[in-house]
Design a binder for this molecule. Structure first.
Ligand SMILES: [Zn+2]
Length: 169
């Protein structure tokens, strides 16, 4: 169980180490999740889009590997059938890349809201705020890494299957 806010059930869940701690890291994470709850209550567009996109990415991403590997066996863009399958596979995989991309504004905004409310509410001093900021920035970097990884994987498959005009077959 990880820390998260679920917009479908309007539930905010915190893991034991975050819930039971008053460290800056725990406070930052908790405030970040509250940031998601506020995004939901104010109808923050990127969050709405991301929630709507989850089933699309789950379906597309889940089946994409089978389609991509099948396209590879068919010779990729070198054959008509292979090209069609390769295109479908890449589009399916791209749904997960879109998901990791739309996650970025959602996560950055939640952290921005978290730091703002921690400071405005007088819950932390400005020195302590630096600690919370550090933790949230580190968390944000994992989302950036996820997007870059997904994008590189997408480009790899498009290239491998000959869709980028590179290798044929
Ligand atoms: Zn988050």
């Amino acid at each position: 169980m990880t820390d998260h806010y679920d917009p479908r059930t309007k539930t905010l869940r915190l893991s034991e180490p975050v819930y039971g701690s008053n460290s800056m890291a725990a406070l930052g994470v908790a405030a970040h999740e509250v940031g998601h709850a506020i995004q939901d209550s104010t109808g923050y567009a990127p969050l709405k889009f991301r929630s709507a996109w989850v089933p699309v990415a789950n379906k597309g991403g889940g089946l994409s590997m089978i389609v991509l590997i099948a396209a590879l066996f068919m010779g990729g863009a070198a054959t008509a059938g292979g090209q069609t399958l390769a295109t479908i596979g890449v589009v399916m995989f791209a749904t997960t890349t879109v998901f990791t991309l739309i996650t970025l504004p959602v996560e950055f905004d939640a952290s921005r809201r978290a730091l703002r409310s921690l400071e405005a509410g007088g819950y932390v001093s400005s020195t302590e705020l630096a600690g919370a900021r550090k933790v949230l920035n580190a968390a944000a970097m994992t989302y950036v890494a996820a997007f870059v990884t997904s994008l590189l994987t997408l480009v790899y498959w498009a290239y491998r299957l000959g869709l980028l005009g590179g290798r044929r077959g």
